[in-house]
Design a protein around this ligand. Sequence first.
Ligand SMILES: CC(C)(COP(=O)(O)OP(=O)(O)OC[C@H]1O[C@@H](n2cnc3c(N)ncnc32)[C@H](O)[C@@H]1OP(=O)(O)O)[C@@H](O)C(=O)NCCC(=O)NCCS
Length: 160
Amino acid sequence: MGDGAAPNARSIRSKNRSDVRLRRARLADAPRIAALAAQLGYPSPASEVRKRLERIRRDDNHFVSVAEIGGKVVGWVHAFVKYSIDAGPRAEIGGLVVDASRRRAGLGKLLMGEAEEWARSRELEGVYLRSNVLREPAHAFYEAIGFRKFKSQHCFLKLL
Ligand SMILES: CC(C)(COP(=O)(O)OP(=O)(O)OC[C@H]1O[C@@H](n2cnc3c(N)ncnc32)[C@H](O)[C@@H]1OP(=O)(O)O)[C@@H](O)C(=O)NCCC(=O)NCCS
C-alpha cells in the first residue's frame, strides 16, 4: 500500500453539511490517530502509533480508514480479519473514535460503513466487536447502526 491517495478515497457531505473525505490511513496521520486514540482512552506516543500503523498497513488482513474534514483527521476505524476454529472469518473492529467536537454528525456511521464495505469485499461473514461495558453511548451507537449485543464476557491478560 503506497502513501499516496488511496484508490478507494471518497468525499461525502456529512449530516451537518461538512465535506468529509474518507480514505485509507497514511503514516503521516499517526499524530492525529494517536491524539484521537487518547480520547478513546488509549494514549500512546505518536512515534509508537506510527510504528504500529506501518506494520498494520503492510498486512492485507487489516484496514484503517480515516475521516478528514478541512484536511484534518477527525476520526478513524481499524478493522482486521479474525480467523477462528469455531466460526468462519469475520472482521473485528480493533478501534473506532470520532473527535469529541465532531460527534453526532454521522461520522462514526460513515467510518463503520467503510469497515463493513471492506469486510464485504473480503467476503467475510460478519463484523464483530467488543466494547467496554462502561461505554454506554457507544453501545447505543452500535445498536443504531444495526449491531446486536449477543453476549458479555470478562477479558484476561497475562503480560509476557
Ligand atoms: C461511538 C462513536 C464512534 C460514535 O460516533 P458518532 O460520529 O458520534 O456517531 P454517529 O453520529 O454516526 O451516530 C449514528 C447514530 O448512532 C446513535 N448514537 C450515536 N452516539 C450516540 C450517543 N452518544 N447516545 C445515543 N445514541 C447515539 C444515534 O442514533 C446516531 O444517529 P442520530 O445522531 O441521527 O440520532 C463516538 O461517540 C466516539 O468516538 N465515542 C468515543 C470513543 C468510543 O466509545 N468508541 C467506541 C469504542 S467500542
